[in-house]
Structures are given as C-alpha cells and as structure tokens.
Design a protein around this ligand. Sequence first.
Ligand SMILES: Nc1ncnc2c1ncn2[C@@H]1O[C@H](COP(=O)(O)OP(=O)(O)OP(=O)(O)O)[C@@H](O)[C@H]1O
Length: 255
Amino acid sequence: MTVHTAARGHAPDDVVTATALVKTYRQGAAEVRALDEVSVGIRRARFTAVVGPSGSGKSTLMHCVAGLDTVTSGSIVLDGTEITGLSDRQLTRVRRKRIGFVFQSFNLLPQLTAYENIVLPVTMSGGRPDRDLVDHLCDVLGIAHRLSHRPAELSGGQQQRVAVARALVARPAVVFADEPTGNLDSRAGAEVLTMLRRSVDELGQTVVMVTHDPAAARYADRVLTLADGRVVEDEHITPSGRTAALAGDARGRRR
Ligand SMILES: Nc1ncnc2c1ncn2[C@@H]1O[C@H](COP(=O)(O)OP(=O)(O)OP(=O)(O)O)[C@@H](O)[C@H]1O
C-alpha cells in the first residue's frame, strides 16, 4: 500500500485509490471531521493494518472505502470503478462482487453448516461454488474437518476462520476485516491472523484490517496510523521484521 498525495494520483497496481477523502458528521451544533483529506492507495496482494486511537476515523475510513458509507467529498476508485456517487443499488452490487467482509462478531448464519455459510456469497448471487477453491481455502484455513458442523458446534476461532473462508470464496478484489480478533483469545486470534496472512501470501488476496491491537497489526505488510481523521504514520514491515516480531509475540504467549 502507498500513501499518495492527490497530486501523485493512482499507482497501477493499487486496488483502491482514495483521494482527498473528507467525511463530516453533525453532532448537535458541532461538526466532526471524521476524515480530513485522507489520500491513500492500497496495493494488490498486500496486507494492510489500519490502527489509531478510538475516534481517529478507522471505521469511517473502512466503511467509506468499502462502500458501506458515503464520503462528504473526495474520490474512491475500487478495482477500477469510481464508487463515490453510485446509487445504493450499484454500491450493493460492487460490494457483493468485489469485496469480502470479516466482522468482529463472525456474522455466521446459525442454522447453516460451516460449508453452507462459506459458499453463501456464491449461492446467493446464483453462482455455483468452485469446489476445488473451497477445498483449497478450507485446507489453508484448517477447517476442512469441520465443514458439516453448525457455528454453535465450533470454537470462536473456528467460526472466524469459516467467516474468513466466506470472505475469500468469491475471490473479491479486497477483503476488509473489522477487528477480526476482537472476540477471540490471543491463541485463536493469532490463528485467524495467520490465516489472513496466508491468504495474502498463498492466494494473492488483498486484505485491509482495522484493529486496536498493535500485536495484530504486526501480521501486516504495512501499518497505517490514523489520528484525528488524518494519516499520521505509514510504516512498512519487511518479511524478516515481521518474522522477528511474531516470534517475539509467540514467546510472550507461551510464557
Ligand atoms: N454516525 C456518526 N455520527 C456522528 N459522529 C460519528 C458517527 N460515526 C463516527 N462519528 C465520529 O467520527 C469520529 C471517527 O469515528 P470512527 O468510528 O471512525 O473512529 P474509530 O477510530 O473507528 O474509533 P473506534 O476505535 O472507537 O471504533 C469520531 O469522533 C466519532 O465520534
């Protein structure tokens, strides 16, 4: 991922290019500037973490870029499509075809099996699941032996891995993960983060994750820090730096 100024514009392998995003909310007589001229590019097949204090604009940025909310001004090009100005219906289509979501609360349907939950984005849009892809995803995510179980029969970590598989199954341009480890203990959280990491390294998936947790952000290639609606830091993590940081975390967990 790269942080661009509006003048530098679009980089060819960016899957998302956001330029000069402003989002204001009215709170009584006051106006809150949740995003204040944010310009950012998200590189394909990379894992980007968005961190920052509470109220810094992380969720607002993710919701706007993912077409769940509209901006006050600015431009968002997602996988070649300018999404600002689209109707709700058009936005729904963009989200369904090009975006996968992973939420803190898993959001699985309780009456469906893990397999049925995973293939839901494909079956809902009238498609047929690619069984080889589903098998591969379930192998990578370590849930192949749990596919006939319902969510209530799975651990939290397994449920979140099912949700990750569901986010990946339609081969979206971007997976947005909003605090994906927020409801998990540290071991299950580490497993889910490892799976998101593998989806980037082994499947070439683009992942953007909002998190409060600095340890979770260490799984990313890049950490974007927001404060007061602005990007205040943009850190690249090299594979060797990541390996060292994650090894340190694992030692800390075993202690
Ligand atoms: N629907 C809304 N109406 C009014 N103000 C809002 C609304 N949503 C967010 N805000 C304000 O916008 C700012 C950014 O909020 P946002 O939720 O994006 O921050 P965040 O970094 O995701 O916070 P957290 O880590 O606590 O989830 C905050 O000042 C918040 O109060």
